[in-house]
Design a protein around this ligand. Structure first.
Ligand SMILES: [Zn+2]
Length: 271
């Protein structure tokens, strides 16, 4: 990730138009460029602030990964990511409220080894789905990831099946799951729970897909169409239900929840 994509520092250069923007003003504008509308990448704490009323009541916040394959440098990478994010892995979840409506909310952190899904991320996602089913609360997950975490090999890959199976049970219980894959969301995450939402919403310009464009071009031996794997292209081709400006994300979720889950909050579980 380049400095210009990271909302740190006082001044930031927009990747969309090159404009130099004052961080505080950008923050007030949901990290959307005031000039061209480019959506900067943001992190869990910002999504929690934008989407939830009063923060996240986090669960399993101390669940930390082990190194089952003794993969070279993995422990060092985990320690570095932990000191960078203050978290033991790349996914946080818990209960929260959206415009007064209780939900189970989860969010991935791209800063933590590219938001990759190992056994702890997969387990926590599975637990968040189970919590939504047990408490009968709608589930909302913001996903951003490079895919399965290679340092845990098959332990990572099996999380795809595990999260998908849990979502199958949630569906049987008729509880809605709104998936919000944001830039970038690829690989085993996009190929499992992130693409299994009853409603799938993304942000303008987000890159979403399984393999990257260069890999696909080399495999099929053809040039890909312009804008391939960007949110607008995917909306047009039926992969996404909506592309929503971050500014309107909370309002959109409120509207969807009022339709899909119209119970009063005291009937759908207490916080
Ligand atoms: Zn711009």
């Amino acid at each position: 990730m380049t400095q210009s994509q990271t909302p740190d520092g006082m001044w930031l250069r927009c990747d969309g138009c090159g404009e130099i923007l004052y961080r505080k003003a950008l923050e007030r504008n949901f990290f959307i460029c005031m000039r061209c509308g480019h959506h900067f990448r943001i992190f869990p704490e910002q999504y929690i602030k934008i989407i939830l009323d009063n923060g996240l009541k986090e669960l399993d916040s101390d669940l930390a990964p082990s190194d089952p394959l003794e993969f070279p440098q993995y422990r060092e990478k985990l320690a570095k990511a932990r000191s960078k994010t203050g978290k033991p892995d790349a996914f946080s979840y818990g209960k929260g409220k959206i415009s007064g409506r209780p939900v189970v909310f989860g969010v991935m952190d791209f800063r933590f080894i590219g938001g990759s899904m190992g056994s702890v991320v997969g387990e926590k996602i599975a637990r968040s789905i189970r919590l939504a089913r047990n408490k009968r609360l709608p589930l909302i997950i913001v996903s951003t990831s490079g895919g399965a975490r290679m340092h845990e090999g098959m332990f990572s890959l099996m999380q795809m099946a595990k999260t998908a199976a849990e979502l199958g049970l949630l569906r049987q219980a008729h509880i809605p799951y709104i998936s919000i894959p944001v830039d970038p969301c690829t690989g085993g995450v996009m190929a499992s729970f992130a693409s299994l939402g009853d409603i799938i919403i993304s942000e303008p310009g987000a890159l979403l897909g399984f393999a990257g464009p260069r890999v696909i071009e080399n495999t099929i031996g053809e040039k890909l169409p312009k804008g391939f794997q960007r949110a607008e292209f995917l909306l047009k081709h039926g992969f996404l239900d909506m592309v929503v400006s971050r500014r309107d994300l909370k309002e959109t979720l409120t509207r969807i929840l009022s339709i899909l889950w119209p119970q009063k909050q005291d009937e759908s579980g207490t916080l």
